[in-house]
Design a protein around this ligand. Structure first.
Ligand SMILES: Nc1nc2c(ncn2[C@@H]2O[C@H](COP(=O)(O)OP(=O)(O)OP(=O)(O)O)[C@@H](O)[C@H]2O)c(=O)[nH]1
Length: 331
């Protein structure tokens, strides 16, 4: 389970890896400083390690990695500035790995800003850099390391966004794919539980889609899928998440919607598809299963309830919505 999360969530993987490296890299120095009686530096090391561990645990629990990554970059940078001013050379030696880490943790422009601020603050330390020549040498090497990292981060960001688009999107409809859904389900559940807001799911499937393919050809079928995606986007809000599960089956994650509201959204969507999606004059309809997330329910259980409701809608005659929740519309 934890291995799977680290594999599929790139940002969480980075944050956890940096947390582990921090503990392994800084904790022994903290112990050493404690043994040599350098209490202030030992305390700084302890504060860095404790706050990084706390931040990583927070990211693991909530799935909120962006804020934690910025916190890590700021903590590392402040840490090496403080050690440079207090202990001289040791702080200076930490600057270079910290400059590289900043570009791996946050986007390239904020990383450049944090790195420039950290390098300028270290340069002001007479304990670390005694002469003007040393200061200039440090400035030039810090700029070179930052620019190398900036170029590398730019390439990596571009490649990652291209790969994400390929790996997480369905190329035909532009909707997220099943893998994209898996990634977002966990984060959506955690957010709704933390904010105590409802979270709804619709699973819907085109009725008699095989007949459309058989009668008009695969291309006409593809065109129906594209039309359907356009109608879904037109009838949902910006923070609603839309995915193609495979074939002619789709799902919508609807933050803030549950119960009667969820059922009303489903019915609005069903009627919009019936009115606006056509194939050579033939009306296209969908069957919908609706389910509100229940506290303590796993993503798989929730999906299964919505799916079962959708199959009830199929068995009940198609072109209808069935809900998995008690007391809201037909169930
Ligand atoms: N054009 C096109 N067809 C697809 C695609 N993916 C799956 N299909 C077809 O979708 C059809 C699904 O057929 P069924 O599972 O029998 O479902 P159905 O005909 O919609 O019947 P009900 O769901 O019971 O109403 C099959 O003919 C698949 O070949 C696609 O990307 N493009």
């Amino acid at each position: 389970m934890w291995k799977h999360r680290l594999r599929v969530d790139f940002h969480l993987g980075i944050v956890v890896m940096f947390g582990a490296i921090t503990v392994l890299g800084i904790a022994p120095f903290g112990i050493y400083r404690h043994l040599t009686g350098e209490w202030l530096i030992a305390l700084i090391d302890l504060v860095i390690v404790a706050s990084i561990v706390g931040a990583v645990l927070y990211a693991w629990r909530t799935g909120r990695t962006a804020g934690v990554a910025s916190f890590l970059a700021a903590t590392y940078s402040l840490g090496c500035v403080a050690v440079a001013h207090l202990a001289g050379l040791p702080g200076l030696l930490w600057v270079y790995p910290v400059l590289v880490a900043n570009f791996l943790l946050v986007r390239r422009w904020p990383a450049l800003l944090i790195s420039a601020a950290a390098a300028a603050a270290v340069m002001a330390s007479d304990a670390a850099l005694a002469t003007p020549v040393e200061k200039i040498l440090f400035m030039v090497t810090a700029i070179v390391v930052s620019l190398f990292s900036f170029v590398f981060a730019s390439r990596a960001e571009l490649q990652r966004s291209q790969l994400e688009a390929i790996a997480l999107r369905d190329p035909l409809t532009g909707a997220g794919n099943r893998r994209g859904l898996e990634l977002e389900l966990h984060a959506a559940i955690v957010t709704s539980q933390r904010q105590a807001t409802p979270l709804g799911m619709l699973i819907f499937d085109i009725d008699h889609f095989k007949a459309i393919n058989d009668d008009f050809g695969h291309e006409a079928g593809d065109d129906v899928l594209v039309q359907l995606a356009t109608v879904v986007r037109g009838s949902t809000r910006a923070n609603d998440r839309f995915f193609r599960l495979g074939g002619e089956e789709f799902t919508l994650l609807l933050p803030g919607a549950s119960g009667a509201a969820l059922w009303a959204i489903a019915e609005k969507l069903r009627s919009a598809v019936e009115t606006d999606v056509q194939c050579r004059g033939r009306t296209v309809t969908i069957s919908i299963g609706a389910a509100s997330h229940q506290g303590g329910e796993s993503a798989a259980e929730w999906l299964a309830r919505a799916d079962a409701a959708m199959y009830r809608a199929k068995r009940g005659g198609r072109n209808r919505t069935m809900t998995a929740d008690d007391g809201d519309g037909p169930s």
